[in-house]
Write a protein of this length. Structure first.
Length: 141
């Protein structure tokens, strides 16, 4: 019975770790230069957020921030102009994923999605490590 109790404890710990990672939504993505990539940020309690903010840990300002439902509330970092958009601007069904178009190696880094819901403090929903590799020269693969 002691061995069985130990295995149940181990199983519980492993399941707890998986649950925490699922809640935080940590992921690693790799993409080739020039492509598009979607950085996931979704949670069941993301209905009607006050604000959605995507940041990159090595930048001094946010990649993108928006207050859904408020016209002209969108702010983008200068290096992401015309390249960064939310998958769903209404942020419905718990979806606040970020789409980056025409990525370059300069876009490599760790991105965080934070959401503010009804005057509460910001809540980190996901962390994404993005690695952009240089595209091979034409004719090579």
């Amino acid at each position: 019975k002691a061995a069985m109790a130990g295995s149940k404890t181990s199983l519980l710990i492993i399941m707890s770790v998986r649950f925490v990672l699922a809640v935080l939504g940590e992921q690693n993505l790799s993409v080739g230069s020039g492509g598009s990539v979607t950085l996931s940020c979704s949670a069941a309690d993301l209905t009607d957020p006050e604000a959605v903010i995507w940041s990159r840990t090595d930048l001094d300002s946010d990649v993108l921030s928006v207050r859904p439902g408020q016209k002209n509330s969108l702010i983008r970092h200068q290096s992401y102009q015309n390249r960064a958009n939310l998958l769903d601007w209404q942020v419905k069904n718990g979806e606040a994923s970020l789409v980056l178009d025409n990525v370059t190696t300069d876009d490599s880094g760790t991105y965080e999605c934070r959401v503010q819901i009804k005057e509460k403090e910001m809540k980190r929903i996901s962390t994404v490590s993005l690695q952009v590799s240089a595209a091979p020269p034409p004719g090579e693969s």
